[in-house]
Design a protein around this ligand. Sequence first.
Ligand SMILES: *Cc1c(COP(=O)(O)O)cnc(C)c1O
Length: 466
Amino acid sequence: MSADTPIENPHRRVPSVDALLQQMPEETARWGHQQLTAALREILADIRTQISRGELPSTELNAIRNRVNAELADSNRASLKPVINLTGTVLHTNLGRASLPQEALDAVVAVSAAPSNLEFDLETGGRGDRETHIEALVCELTGAEAATAVNNNAAAVLLVLNTLAMHREVPVSRGELVEIGGSFRIPEVMQRANCTLVEIGATNRTHLKDYQNAINSNTSLLMKVHTSNYQVEGFTHAVPEAELAVLAHDHQLPLVIDLGSGSLVDFASLGLPAEPTAAQAIAQGADIITFSGDKLLGGPQAGLIAGRKDLIQQIKNNPLKRALRLDKMTLAALAAVLKLYRDPDSLLQRLPTLRQLTRPQAEIAAQAQRLLPALSAALSGRYAVTIADCCSQIGSGALPLETLPSTALRLTALSGADAEIRQLAETLRQLPRPVIGRLHQGALWLDLRCLEQESEFLEQLGGLTL
Ligand SMILES: *Cc1c(COP(=O)(O)O)cnc(C)c1O
C-alpha cells in the first residue's frame, strides 16, 4: 500500500437510515415507515458492532434489503397458527381441542366482520339478550327448561357454585374430587366460589347414606362430578344420578352435575365408548348440568349450563356472569354447531370431532398406504417408514381408558439413534404447517386418524431438509 492511499474507515461505508429509506419505497409500503425504520436502525447498529470487532459485514443495499425483509417477515408471522395433529389424540387440549365445522366458521366470519343483533331484538327494536341465540337450541337438545353459557366449563362450575352455594356447604364424594389439567381442581374451585366442600364417602366407595348424613340446614345442593379423566376400578360404588336426585329433592336441594365432556348424542350408538349424555342427566333428575363446548360436543371453547328455569335465572343474575360471558364469535360458532345436532344423519360427516372419532380404521389404513411411498422417498437414506397399527385416544380427559383402533406411519432412524428421531420430530414441527407426531419407544408415530389435510401434508414433504 503506497503512503498516499488513504486508509478507508470501514464505518464510513455504513449507509444512513435516511439514505436506505429513500431507496426502499417498496419496503416502506409493505411494512410501514415506523416498523421499517426501527428494523433498519437495529441492523445498522449490528453492522457497526461487527465492524468494531474487525469483521467485514456487507453494507450493500441489496444485502440490507434482504435482511430487513427477512427479519420483518419473521417477526410478523403469526405465532398462533394451524398445525397437523398426528398425535393420535383427537381432542388435544394443547392443540386447541375441537376443530370447528365449516358452518361454524362461516357464522363466525359473518358476525365478526360487521355489526350484528347480538343483544338487539329485531322485532321490538329494543335491547335483546345475547343468549337467545343459543338457549332454545340447548334446551331442545338436552330437554332442559333453560340454559346459559360462559367461557368454559371451569367457569360454568365456578359460576354455578358461587350462585347456588355461596357461604354454604356442598357434599361431594371423595371419589370425585377431580383435578383437570391446567390446575382446575374441584376443591380449589369450591374455595374460590366461596362455598364449603364437605368430603363424603371414601375414594373408592360412596353410598347414599353418606350423602344423607352430610345434609344439614346449611347444605346448599348435592353435586356429582363426572370423573372424566380417570377411573376408580375394582371394589367401587358410586350413587347413581337418579337416586341422588330423589334424595336431593326430598330435602328441597338441587342436584348439580358437572358432566365434563357431556355429549349430546349417544356415543354407544356410534360404536364409540359410552359417555353420559346431557339429556340423560336431565332425565335422571339433575336440576343443573354443566359441560364443555370444545370437548365431545365438538364446538368452540365454552361452558354450557342447562337445567331448571328458576336456577338458571339466578345464575344469569350473578354479577360474575358478566365477567364470564361469551362473545359474539363464540356464540355464533356454538349456535352453528348445535344446529348440526338437529340432523343426526349428517352430523357425523359435518362435525370434525365426531367425523374423526368415528373414522373407520380401514379408511385410515388405506390413507397410510397412499402416503407411504412419498414419505419413504422424502426420508430415504436416514429414516425407515413402516405402517403400524396403533391406538388413538379421545383426549381432553374424555374416556381416558378407552382407545380407538387406528393406523400410523411409524418412522425410525436407520442409525437407531434416539437423537436422530427427536431431530426428525423437530424438523416436522418446523414445517410451514407444523406436523405433530408422537414419540414412542424410539419411533416417531404419525397416527393418521385426524389427517384431513392430505394434499397439504404431501406438498410439504417436498420441502423437507433433513
Ligand atoms: C374438562 C372438565 C372441566 C373443565 O372444562 P373446560 O371446558 O376445560 O374448562 C371441568 N370438569 C370436568 C369434569 C371436566 O372433565
